[in-house]
Design a protein around this ligand. Structure first.
Ligand SMILES: [Mn+2]
Length: 480
């Protein structure tokens, strides 16, 4: 790809480089791919992981004035702020503008205008510029990898990280497999022996969790009567004659093919019998991605588990730990990453228990809770989705509030898929409702978020409920 080669050339021509990346799994893998390729080129560089790229961070970079900044898994949305920076971007988020916006004083005089434009050369590789869908086609780690392989053929060993990044951004969830440009990376990773992929159960924890736990915690798909109920999960397996334990708890990878097939076919029957339909049943099976060089039974072996480990690091502002694991540490940093993961799991369990204790406040069209400072703002959205998935069929959207460290109130909303299928779009609701109370927000139709001033929660809920009602009525009138 031409633009990947151009970016690679620009990187080769710089000696002193700053890499800025995002703190989630895709950002951590992207940063690791960039760092390893710069290391192989013998460049001077430093790397920094940020939660969000804002004008202040870009301002600091301009002051620091390195020869080149390489933004990975972020940057495209802040292009308009980058005047004066020599930068390359490998990202998959929606670009803010087709070109750099010059400050007003530079625009006044035509000659300084062109002069400035020539000096401000920012190259970006982003699927949106090729009319591809940045949510499924390729991730930030994928675009970074496309540049890395132009830099050095040896970097093909980083292809596995690009797959972990794509899975971390859930690029496989819509089609139950990776598609588009991701497919090209996937084949390359397989041909070179770094990744194996095949159809199997899509459950989280295939490599590490006891099977009954894996079923108990399944949220995509929800297993009616089993998700959220440990005893029911155990009973289900026992009734099929599947031993839960040998020397230790049996994991999915410990089961025979026949046992796996039996479980899956019984789960399909259960889902259909309970009236959830084929669409849900079809989500049981999909493509799974195995890192061939990682040890069996560890959280690094399955791409989904690897990504979760990295996300756990990022969520608690320890992206650097995940970064070291991506670069190969299996000692000190790996241990710390594992402890981040168990801390994360503990926090989720405590979060769910907290919400059960205070109870959800039910309205006609939605339900909500306010966690205050009892649940970390970075996991309150996950807590909301877990509660939603435990509720079974009669679900209302959940709005979760939590105190944010910036003094505002963090809002997370999770919607049942059925409502989204009926036309509900929470990205619009969050954006408009938060603006009406002096905040900001956005996201996806099914999962969105906002930040609002403290004290505005009740007013916000009223607005959200009215907008939701309107969207639902609009949908119904279109049908009738
Ligand atoms: Mn990403």
């Amino acid at each position: 790809m031409k633009i990947a080669r151009e970016i690679a050339l620009k990187i080769k021509n710089a000696e002193d480089i700053v890499v800025i990346s995002h703190i989630d799994a895709d950002g951590i893998t992207a940063g690791s791919i960039a760092a390893r390729s710069l290391e192989r080129l013998g460049k001077n560089f430093r790397i920094e992981f940020v939660k969000q790229l804002d004008a202040r961070i870009i301002g600091n970079l301009k002051d620091e004035n390195p020869q080149l900044v390489w933004f990975t898994d972020l940057g495209s949305g802040m292009l308009h702020e980058m005047y004066g920076l020599n930068a390359v971007i490998t990202d998959h988020h929606v670009p803010s503008a087709s070109q750099v916006v010059l400050p007003r004083e530079k625009r006044k005089n035509l000659s300084t205008f062109f002069d400035a434009l020539n000096k401000t050369e920012i190259l970006q590789l982003n699927p949106h510029l090729f009319n591809k869908d940045g949510a499924v086609d390729i991730s930030g780690s994928g675009t970074t990898y496309l540049v890395a392989r132009e830099l050095d053929r040896r970097n093909v060993d980083l292809s596995a990280l690009a797959i972990v990044g794509a899975i971390g951004d859930m690029q496989d969830t819509e089609y139950l497999k990776l598609v588009g440009t991701n497919r090209i990376l996937l084949r390359e990773a397989k041909e070179n022996g770094y990744i194996d992929y095949f159809m199997d159960a899509r459950f989280f924890g295939r490599e590490t969790r006891p099977v009954y736990k894996m079923l108990q915690y399944s949220t995509d798909p929800i297993l009616p009567t089993i998700t959220g109920d440990e005893k029911a999960a155990m009973r289900f397996l026992r009734e099929l004659g599947i031993p839960l334990k040998r020397e230790s708890w049996r994991r999915w990878i410990d089961l025979t093919i026949e046992e796996r097939k039996l479980i899956l076919s019984e789960l399909v029957k259960l889902i259909l019998r309970m009236g959830y339909g084929h669409e849900l049943a079809s989500r049981l099976i999909g493509e799974v991605y195995i890192l061939s060089h990682e040890e069996r039974g560890t959280p690094l072996r399955d791409a989904k588990e690897f990504a979760t480990l990295l996300n756990a690091c990022g969520r608690y502002r320890q992206a650097f730990i995940g970064y070291q694991v991506c670069l190969g540490d299996r000692d000190e940093y790996y241990k710390r990453a594992l402890s981040m993961l168990s801390r994360h799991r503990r926090n989720l369990v405590e979060g769910i228990n907290f919400v059960k204790e205070i109870g959800l406040i039910k309205r006609e069209y939605l339900q909500y809770f306010h966690a205050g400072s009892n649940i970390n703002e970075n996991i309150v959205g996950i807590v909301a989705s877990m509660i939603l998935s435990e509720e079974g069929k009669e679900q209302l959207p959940i709005i979760a509030f939590a105190n944010s460290e910036d003094g505002n109130i963090k809002v997370s909303v999770r919607s049942p898929r059925v409502l989204v299928n009926q036309g509900v779009d929470f990205s619009i609701i969050m954006k408009e409702a938060s603006a009406m109370v002096g905040g900001y927000g956005g996201g996806h139709n099914i999962a969105a978020g906002a930040s609002i001033p403290p004290g505005k929660e009740e007013e916000f809920i009223d607005i959200v409920e009215k907008m939701l009602q309107k969207q639902l009525e609009g949908a119904n009138s279109r049908i009738s």
